[in-house]
Write a protein that binds this ligand. Structure first.
Ligand code: UT7
Length: 331
């Protein structure tokens, strides 16, 4: 049986740090409120003029370097984002040309916080059927251009940050190592709990001044509802995935959860009876970087020596859609 594994990992965070105190100068919030509710201390914002695909390029180049590969050796690109450079074409195409490539396939995955795991699962399937051997999977976001830094938008704007992470997926020589199982879920009945209207394709034209005036450019979230469902779905999908991989919670060396809210992850760890230290966390420094949060966290966890050959690593995510997903791998 062919398995796929991660051959290289990279990340890129813009240099500009924005602390909770900086946000408190822009609208009515406080460091205390943000820290207590989310764990976030600061986040990074890209400068004006920087595209999502620019962040992705930096992370991809680092992943290629870590895999000991040149961009020319890639045979496919999967790009997860909810903040693409433009409405179309997909960001995979922009990234492809920035990497100096042409002709290889490139696609976008629009699954928000679960986008990286959906992309990983897609790449895993392509590798296992023998269709591709070197797939670049990127998660990247520039949220800072699409947030309302006002009292009205404060519940959403304090959470998000910019960043990118990338991995290279290819066949594993050792069939006992690599991606063991992927579990992808969605429930569109919750679509309006966390969404960005931006345009409405049923209207002609699909974007009007009136829509902009009523704030359709800004994401809307019923935070408590997201929190409530997240703390149920996250442990549930982890248990489902571990069962499929014939593993127990105790067999897991590191959980890498999506970094949406430190408290969500603490709840999930407690529900599973797992020590909090086993749930990786860097939300304090970056906020919620949506599709980028898992590969950024993976990249840092590797550098910190938390993952070694043979380690069992569990990725889990929950977000808009709602979508939620889990991947289990033996490193
Ligand atoms: O990856 C995307 C998925 N998203 C999530 O996972 C988000 C999940 N939800 C959450 O993380 C939390 O719901 C939040 C952190 C967003 C909000 O925490 P909460 O405890 O649910 O607060 P709340 O929305 O119920 O608001 C409580 C109070 C309200 O004031 P009143 O009505 O009690 O006077 C809000 O107006 O806090 C106020 N508030 C704020 N105050 C200071 C809302 N946002 C802010 C803010 N600063 N940024």
């Amino acid at each position: 049986m062919i398995r796929s594994r991660i051959l290289g990992v990279g990340r890129y965070l813009p240099e500009k740090r924005v602390t909770n105190f900086d946000l408190a100068k822009m609208f009515d919030t406080s460091d205390e409120w943000i820290r207590q509710r989310t764990g976030i201390v600061e986040r990074r914002f890209a400068d004006a003029g920087v595209y999502c695909s620019d962040l992705a390029l930096e992370a991809s180049n680092e992943a290629l370097k870590n895999a000991g590969m040149k961009a020319e050796e890639l045979d496919f690109i999967i790009y997860a984002t909810l903040s693409p450079d433009h409405h179309f074409p997909g960001n995979g195409c922009y990234l492809q040309t920035k990497l100096g490539l042409a002709n290889i396939g490139a696609m976008d995955i629009r699954n928000q916080c679960s986008g990286f795991i959906y992309s990983l699962a897609t790449a895993d399937a392509f590798v296992r059927i023998g269709m591709y051997k070197r797939i670049l999977v990127v998660g990247a976001e520039v949220h800072s251009s699409g947030l309302s830094f006002t009292d009205e938008g404060r519940d959403v704007s304090v959470i998000f940050g910019d960043g990118a992470g990338a991995v290279i997926i290819g066949p594993s020589e050792d069939p006992s190592r690599g991606i063991l199982t992927n579990h992808l879920h969605a429930d569109g009945a919750f679509a309006n709990i966390l969404h960005l209207e931006m345009f409405d394709i049923s209207q002609k034209p699909c974007l009007t001044h009136e829509m902009l005036d009523r704030g359709s450019l800004w994401p809307r979230m019923k935070g408590k509802e997201v929190f409530r469902v997240a703390v149920t779905r996250i442990p549930e999908v982890i248990e489902e995935a571990l069962k499929a991989a014939n593993l127990k919670v105790e067999d897991v060396d590191l959980f890498i959860p999506h970094q949406a809210n430190l408290r969500i992850n603490q709840f999930a760890a407690a529900k599973l009876g797992v020590a909090e230290e086993k749930f990786y966390s860097n939300i304090q420094r970056y906020g919620n970087t949506t599709a980028a949060s898992l590969p950024i966290a993976l990249s840092e966890a590797l550098e910190e020596g938390l993952i070694k050959g043979g380690s069992v690593v569990v990725f889990v995510a929950f977000g808009a859609g709602f979508t939620w997903a889990c991947s289990v791998m033996r490193w």
